[in-house]
Design a binder for this molecule. Structure first.
Ligand code: UDP
Ligand code: MG
Length: 330
């Protein structure tokens, strides 16, 4: 599907204590936006939207002064620090009614801005979501590279569907964002949630650079926290693992019971040992299975409380679309 209209693009950029890097990268973002406009790929009303995530330094002052310099710069300020994922979501929800497409990117210049051209190109040929994927991790330290790879392996092993080596650099169309708004959960992990929404998606590959200035806000502890959040908010696999383990223990306990009976029959045990150890083994197994079963229900309740949409209609034939619009007007 070819799209004819030039889309209005919002580049959404979360910023937390970024006074060192923002003055360097902001003009680069503007340059990118202006070249895309000049190439007639995007609408002239496209914007750069900064989200100040409750910074304690001069970040917000910088954003305000940028917005006075050029109409292309806009910004919102969160009342306090809510973390990268929430800040990004705030920006996307702000942008969804103002634009046709958003591209989210970090403000530190690590992600190659030139990949945006291809992202927009993919949108123009029909994709609704375009994931920016790192083609290599050459610029990362050995530590960051190994921990990051473990992060993706752990997530996938635990049943969270993510795009390998994709962080939060991606294009999402407003159509998808409007559906995304129906995902009401509070614990969010955008990387795992965007694939849940569906729609036509594709990947664009790029090289990641080193941070242009300032320091990373994602030390190991925070990364583990993100992985834990991702797993517990998107998957009930850990609960299933308890059930599986319970069944395993129950089976083993059967063997244990048999073994203690045999030993008792052979007569080389203390009185009462066989019955006691049989009861112990059996109860251990039963308890594990019970916890697992209860866990299954808790898992179901957990997923229900999220109130996620059960399905999303992505397209309608023309007649069906008209019918739907009439219905809404009544
Ligand atoms: N960030 C944020 N809130 C936070 C932490 C980080 O908005 O509480 C932003 C930060 O300004 C940056 C992006 O999230 O634009 C990614 O953070 P960072 O570059 O520190 O992480 P790394 O690239 O090292 O994983
Ligand atoms: Mg970074």
């Amino acid at each position: 599907m070819e799209r004819k209209d030039k889309p209005k693009l919002y580049i959404v950029i979360p910023c937390y204590n970024e006074e060192a890097v923002l003055p360097i990268t902001a003009p680069l973002f503007l340059q990118k936006l202006e070249t895309l406009i000049a190439k007639e790929k995007i609408h002239t009303k496209s914007r750069i939207l900064f989200v100040n995530d409750g910074s304690k330094d001069k970040t917000w002052e910088i954003i305000c002064s940028l917005s006075r310099q050029s109409e292309f710069y806009t910004g919102i300020c969160l009342s306090r620090n809510r973390g990268h994922q929430n800040a990004l979501l705030a920006g996307l929800m702000e942008a969804k009614d103002l634009c046709d497409i958003t591209i989210s990117i970090d403000c530190d210049g690590q992600d190659d801005m030139n990949a945006m051209d291809q992202m927009v190109e993919e949108y123009l040929t029909g994709a609704e979501v375009v994931y920016g994927v790192r083609s290599s991790r050459k610029t990362d330290s050995f530590f960051k590279r190994t921990t990051a790879q473990m992060f993706y392996k752990l997530l996938n092993g635990m049943g969270v569907e993510t795009v390998y080596n994709h962080a939060d650099y991606r294009l999402i169309s407003a159509v998808v964002l409007h559906q995304f708004a129906n995902f009401k959960e509070v614990n969010i992990f955008l990387r795992g949630m965007v694939p849940l929404v569906g729609f036509k998606s594709t990947c664009v590959y790029y090289e990641r650079n080193v941070r242009l200035a300032g320091e990373s806000h994602y030390p190991l502890g925070k990364m583990l926290g993100l992985a834990f959040d991702g797993i517990t908010s998107l998957s009930v696999k850990p609960i299933r693992m308890i059930t599986g383990f319970g069944i395993f223990v129950a089976v083993i306990s059967m063997v244990g019971i048999l073994w203690s009976i045999i030993r008792a029959v052979m007569g080389n045990t203390v009185d009462g040992w066989a019955s006691l150890s049989s009861i112990l083994c059996f109860l251990g197994g039963v308890q594990m299975v019970s916890i697992g079963v209860i866990g299954e229900y808790i898992g179901k309740i957990y997923l229900e409380t999220k109130g996620r949409p059960r399905f999303i209609v992505s397209e309608r034939t023309e007649a069906a679309d008209e019918q739907k619009t009439d219905e809404e007007a009544i």
